[in-house]
Design a protein around this ligand. Structure first.
Ligand code: GLC
Length: 603
């Protein structure tokens, strides 16, 4: 009797432990953030307990270019409200708004004069409250862009700081005395060109600006500054936003000593990035920010982390990292050895391109507890991906679908850049005067100063100008593509008659409808959302292929990113059923130019 009772107790114990393990997510379905290092290897099945922002699709709105409601040629918040259904139909659950705070617009809003109010060109705080509420009704959260490396030089914080050495904000920015000869404290070149220092008469000192002179860098070493930015973030959390994109975040910590660097161009200067990015101690500031702002909320953060690569990720993302996700830039610079020089490009290969994604996917899905990846191919600073990553002359629609497949089926939260879902390509306006972006103009001038010809400088502009990502959204084929009743602040691209939301909605073969199909597919085939990631054929020069697998199914995604047919070993899809293909039926083992297919093997 005694023995039986013991056995029963033991059985009960075993049962309880296994049930507990299953329900806690330690068996088969490790919950996001709960797995130990290497657990992805132990089981290909992936997490099922995803947070809201891991399951959704994010969309970047360039506020100035999305939709104008009042005919002044500038997009605005009311315009966004009127087009929220377009986003809902795309399965979007998070909308990242580029900065719409009060700003003199030296860098289109990335120079903030007042973090607590909306720029009148974009509307009012009431419009913002309504946008948050209207978006919420459609299951969409608004994500604000927090620009905290710098402010505008017209921000009250800066005007106080610049007024003299003896006020409560005098140490809020990075002030340094001139060198003995009166020149700038160091030979650092700002990211937008020219010296990173600007002289200020009132203080008899220089201030540092990583970007434009109109964007003075904040001094994060000062605890009052850190408190001030936390207060801003708290204000927006209380408004009900769903998250933050943290601008230029890798520059916030400056080195202890400011030293000249080895010149890297004929101007005798060195790019500031190599002197200040990711300075030791930066994580302390960001950890402080994270615990102050995020604790007890369900918001997410995504850092713009120029200079961070796969091996750095454990410090930056996941349960122990400072953000939920970071945008890394290894792949966007694959053809650009030096960001200041748009005239020197380098050859790149598809295996190298794929390896950059795979390295980060493996880190965020395997090594890092709770790691997650923000999948993107474009943003408002980058060329359009069809022009950037596909062979010259690639068909716009086929290319848009191939890259859209990559965007929406990799492991991570996809970030669609406004217009990408329509298959936008780069603009190639004839003269530099046609361009608006200050960094584009400065890059052009830098090229001329370095001795490149005007044609070479313009070729660089056509490849990399940020304006290509910022032309107005094309809603229909009416004048100005339905973006505005007035004169758009930046010209609408020539091809708008065919490439617009209305036309593409009606055309079953459009890029937009392909995006809709992919969104639907993600809903019905969850392995595309929560499944693990494993690359196939890493050495293949034409095909980007990978497996997404959870406990129920295994999806095989094959994308031909070349404009030639491409053969592959079909054994990976032998038992697979074709879920979706850009060209309809597909012969196993062979992809047409730019064809993308998704097979599924159910378990
Ligand atoms: C980021 C933004 C870019 C801006 C810069 C300065 O890189 O994405 O648009 O110009 O920071 O704020």
């Amino acid at each position: 009797m005694m023995k039986n009772r013991k056995t029963a107790a033991l059985l009960l114990l075993i049962l309880t432990v296994s049930l507990t393990l299953v329900s806690c997510g330690y068996v088969k379905y490790p919950a996001a953030g709960s797995e130990s290092p290497g657990s992805a290897e132990a089981s290909p099945a992936a997490r099922q307990d995803l947070k809201w922002w891991q399951e959704t699709i994010a969309y970047e709105i360039y506020v100035k270019s999305f939709k104008d409601s009042d005919g002044d040629g500038i997009g605005d918040l009311k315009g966004i409200i009127s087009e929220l259904d377009h986003l809902k139909d795309l399965g979007v659950g998070a909308v990242w708004l580029t900065p719409c705070y009060v700003s003199p617009q030296a860098d289109n809003g990335y120079d903030i004069a007042d973090y607590y109010d909306i720029d009148p060109a974009y509307g009012t705080m009431e419009d913002m409250d309504r946008l948050i509420a209207e978006a919420d009704k459609r299951g969409i959260r608004i994500v604000m862009d927090l620009v905290f490396n710098h402010t505008s030089n017209r921000n009250e914080w800066f005007t106080a700081s610049a007024s003299g050495k003896d006020n409560d904000k005098s140490d809020w920015y990075i002030w340094r005395d001139p060198k003995e000869d009166g020149s700038a404290p160091t030979n650092w070149r700002s990211i937008f060109g020219g010296s990173a220092w600007e002289y200020n008469e009132a203080r008899g000192q220089y201030y540092l600006h990583t970007f434009l002179p109109e964007q003075p860098d904040l001094n994060w070493a000062n605890p009052d500054v850190r408190k001030a930015v936390i207060d801003v973030a708290d204000f927006w959390v209380k408004k009900g936003v769903g998250g933050f994109r943290m601008d230029a975040i890798t520059y916030i910590k400056k080195p202890a000593e400011f030293l000249d660097g080895e010149p890297d161009a004929g101007d005798g200067m060195v790019g500031i990035h190599s002197m200040t990015a990711n300075t030791e101690g930066i994580l302390d500031y960001l950890n402080e920010f994270k615990s102050a702002v995020q604790t007890g909320t369900d918001i997410f953060t995504v850092g713009e982390a120029n200079g961070v690569s796969a091996e750095d990720l454990p410090d930056w993302v996941g349960a122990d990292g400072v953000f939920d996700m970071v945008f890394e830039f290894g792949f966007v610079d694959i053809d650009l050895p030096d960001e200041s020089n748009w005239c020197e490009t380098r050859e790149w290969t598809l295996p190298a391109f794929k390896q950059i994604f795979t390295a980060s996917e493996e880190m965020t899905s395997g090594t890092i507890a709770g790691g997650w990846y923000p999948m993107f191919l474009e943003n408002h600073d980058q060329p359009r991906s069809i022009s950037h990553f596909l062979p010259a002359g690639a068909d716009r629609a086929a290319g848009g679908k191939a890259l859209g497949t990559l965007l929406l089926t990799m492991r991570g939260t996809p970030f669609i850049m406004e217009g990408q879902e329509l298959g936008y390509i780069n603009v190639d306006w004839p003269s530099i005067d046609d361009y608006d972006d200050i960094s584009t103009k400065n890059h052009y001038q830098f090229a001329l100063d370095e001795g490149y010809t005007e044609e070479e400088a313009m070729a660089g502009v056509h490849r990399f100008a940020r304006d290509s990502a910022r032309t107005p959204m094309q809603w229909d084929s009416s004048e100005n593509a339905g973006f505005t009743a007035g004169k758009p602040w930046l010209p609408v691209y020539d091809d708008y008659a065919a490439c617009n939301v209305e036309e593409e909605t009606a055309d079953p073969d459009s890029v937009l409808n392909w995006y809709h199909s992919l969104v639907k597919l993600r809903d019905g085939h969850r392995e595309l959302v929560d499944g693990s990631y494993e690359e196939l054929f890493p050495e293949d020069q034409q095909i980007f292929a990978y497996v997404r697998e959870n406990d129920e199914a295994r999806a095989v995604v094959l994308i031909n990113l070349s404009t030639e047919s491409a053969a592959y070993d079909a054994s990976c899809v032998e038992q697979g059923e074709l879920l979706l293909g850009t060209d309809g039926e597909s012969e196993k083992g062979l992809l047409r130019p730019l064809e993308a297919v998704i097979y599924e093997i159910r378990k």
